[in-house]
Every structure is written in structure tokens, then in C-alpha cells.
Ligand binder design. Structure first.
Ligand SMILES: Cc1cc2nc3c(=O)[nH]c(=O)nc-3n(C[C@H](O)[C@H](O)[C@H](O)COP(=O)(O)O)c2cc1C
Length: 353
């Protein structure tokens, strides 16, 4: 993630070729209670929602993924064109390469998104560890690079710990996040990258003044797993083993959504969100929107129409969930009844002891 250009290329290849997903988001343990008498017309359901002052057609986020290598320009173009066409939100991948390398092709892999999506909600991406090296003006340069509506700061310390060359000095990040949140010209969202955010961490981020929290919980893409494959390829067998051991580490996405939403009113649920029904469940648990990363990667390779197709499928699934819970709007979906069973219930019970 905090990317040199070639590392990003390695990651995408591994994600396309290996098993890099874990189960266990907890959404399977969440049931929305069926409404047999919805008393609404399905085609009049309003899926619009507001994120960072921007009205989206649906509460869907294309999560931070690419940019930083000439090969990724095509992917970002397809994702951004689809975000423009369907009016959903999109994040770019870490802008470190764009900020640090003096290379036109690398820069274009990011700037393409605003060229093709003049009206979409687009947000930038920097790593929390990089904030220790950057001043606010550097982060502002990342905003300007894509004329971003918001800036994501990613947390990925497990990934760093598995990378043979990882940056494992996590000291001072919260103070830097607080500084950027108060001084940057656009809203700041702090996101994990697949290991989730606990209630206590969400509280520290809320106190630091961040505008949104994207939980990116456990379940879905595993960066520990991805780095394990990379470590294996360079013969770093100890790192490979550690990566396997921590493959499914973290706060499950459903739990992280509930915990974060108790302390912050703008939570994005991601990490293993794989359908519009998962998005509906996340919203019932307190999220403002649901985000997906890996499921968009293959469609992005195929082109804009394939990305639009996935967004339309997600929207129909979400709308169907809204219809059969009698939710005419996202605000009503947030209030719909749900039941939590199984491991997720046990997890939440233990957490509230
Ligand atoms: C190919 C790929 C690249 C990613 N690169 C970044 C990144 O640069 N910055 C970041 O914050 N998250 C990055 N992520 C993490 C995602 O934004 C997301 O938090 C995580 O993958 C969980 O979502 P998923 O299970 O839907 O993939 C990346 C994910 C994928 C699949």
C-alpha cells in the first residue's frame, strides 16, 4: 500500500492469482427482519445519501486501490468513469508514488480520475506512517493532484509488520492525524485496510477530529496473506509464516461497524462487503455507506461497462433489501430491525462485558 511503483504492481498480480480473501466479516450472522407488508413501491425507493456534503445516488464506495504505476491508469480510468456515470464515491490508492516520484506516467495514473470524473466524489489516499515524513502542504499536494473532495489516511501496520521491508514505527501517528484533520482543506477519513477498527480506536480517532472512519474490517482481502505470498517469492520464509499466521487477524467488519458507529456518526463499512445485501446490513448496523475494493478489480480490468454493471447489481440488491424491510430511504434502513446470532453475537457479548 504505501507504495513504490513496482510493489503496487506485485500486489495486483498476487491479488489476481492467489487466494487472498478470508471469511468472517460477521454479515452472515446478521439478519434483517423481513417485512411481509412493506407498503411501498420498490421503484420509488430512494437510495440517495450524503457523504462529505456530496449527494450520492447510492451509499456505495469504490474503495482505495490503484494508482502509482503506469499499468494502473487504465484501471483508475474505468473505476472513475463508472463513479461519474453512476454517482457513487471512489478512492484512489496510496498517492505516495505520485508525491515522491518525478514521473509523468505515474502521475497520470492518479490524475486520470478527475479528468474522467469531473463531478464524482473522489478522495485521495496517504499512509498514516507517511504523515510522519510529510507536512500538511504535502498532503494538500495530494488533494490537488486529483482535486480531491476528501482525503483518506490509511492504517496498515499488520501489513507493514509482514513486509520484509515494512515500516514498523507506528509512534506519533495519532498526533499527525489530528494535525492533518484540523488543517487540511478537505474532510479526512481514516481507514484500516482489512483488520478493522475497535471502539477504543474509533474513540481516539473521533477525539482527534477525523470526519469519517472506514472500518475496513476482517473478512475480505487479507494484506497479511498478500504480503506472505510476496515474502515467499523473495525467500523470506519467516515473514511468509508470520503472514499466514495473521491471515485472518482483526476486528470482523460487522463488529467494527457497530463499535465505530457508537462513537462516530460517519462510518463507512468495508472489508469483505460483497453484495448490496451486505451494504444494507452495514447500514442497519450504523454505517453511512458500504465500500468494496477487490470485487471491483477484475471489472476495472474489463472496462467501464463492467464496473457500472457491478454497481447496478449492488444497487438492485440493496434496493431489494430495502423493499423487504419496508425502508423507503437510507434513513429508514438505518432504523430497520436486525438480529445478530452466532459468533458475532458472542463476540459482541464478550466486548460489552
Ligand atoms: C488491489 C488493492 C489495492 C489496495 N490499495 C490500497 C491503498 O493503496 N490504500 C488503501 O488505503 N487501501 C488499499 N486497499 C485496501 C482496500 O481499500 C480495502 O480497505 C480492503 O481491501 C478491504 O476491502 P475488500 O475486502 O473489499 O477488498 C487495496 C485493496 C486492494 C484489493
Amino acid at each position: 500500500m504505501p507504495e513504490t511503483s513496482d510493489r503496487k504492481d506485485d500486489h495486483i498480480r498476487i491479488i489476481e492469482e492467489e487466494d487472498v480473501e478470508t471469511a468472517g466479516t460477521g454479515f452472515a450472522d446478521v439478519d434483517l427482519v423481513h417485512e411481509a407488508l412493506p407498503e411501498i413501491h420498490r421503484d420509488e425507493i430512494d437510495t440517495t445519501t450524503t457523504l462529505f456534503g456530496h449527494e450520492l445516488a447510492a451509499p456505495i464506495v469504490i474503495e482505495s486501490m490503484t494508482g502509482g504505476h503506469a499499468n494502473t491508469t487504465k484501471l483508475n480510468r474505468a473505476l472513475a468513469e463508472a463513479a461519474q456515470e453512476t454517482n457513487v464515491a471512489m478512492g484512489v490508492g496510496s498517492q505516495r508514488a505520485g508525491l515522491e516520484l518525478d514521473d509523468e506516467d505515474v502521475l497520470e495514473s492518479y490524475t486520470v480520475v478527475r479528468e474522467v470524473a469531473p463531478d464524482a466524489l473522489l478522495y485521495g489516499n496517504v499512509g498514516a506512517a507517511q504523515l510522519l515524513e510529510y507536512d500538511v502542504a504535502d498532503v494538500e499536494a495530494a488533494v490537488e493532484m486529483i482535486d480531491a473532495d476528501a482525503m483518506a489516511v490509511h492504517l496498515n501496520f499488520l501489513q507493514e509488520a509482514v513486509q520484509p521491508e515494512g515500516d514498523v514505527d507506528a509512534r506519533g501517528c495519532l498526533a499527525e492525524i489530528e494535525r492533518v484533520a484540523s488543517e487540511l482543506s478537505v474532510p479526512v477519513v481514516v481507514k484500516e485496510t482489512g483488520n478493522g477498527i475497535s471502539r477504543a480506536t474509533a474513540t481516539r480517532l473521533t477525539d482527534a477530529g477525523v470526519d469519517a472512519i472506514d472500518v475496513a474490517g476482517q473478512g475480505g482481502t487479507t494484506w497479511s496473506g498478500i504480503e506472505s505470498y510476496r515474502a515467499a517469492a523473495v525467500g523470506a520464509s519467516r515473514q511468509e509464516q508470520v503472514g499466514q499466521l495473521f491471515r485472518a487477524w482483526g476486528v470482523p467488519t460487522a463488529v467494527s461497524t457497530i463499535e465505530s458507529a457508537t462513537v462516530h456518526d460517519c462510518v463507512i463499512a468495508s472489508g469483505g462487503v460483497r453484495s448490496g445485501l451486505d451494504i444494507a446490513k452495514a447500514i442497519a448496523l450504523g454505517a453511512r455507506a458500504g465500500g468494496l475494493a477487490k470485487p471491483f478489480l477484475a471489472p476495472a480490468g474489463q472496462g467501464t461497462d463492467a464496473v457500472v454493471d457491478l454497481i447496478e447489481t449492488l444497487t438492485l440488491e440493496l434496493t431489494t433489501a430495502m423493499f423487504v424491510t419496508g425502508s423507503a430511504s437510507i434513513a429508514e434502513l438505518q432504523e430497520t430491525d436486525y438480529v445478530v446470532c452466532g459468533r458475532t453475537k458472542e463476540y459482541l457479548d464478550e466486548r460489552s462485558r
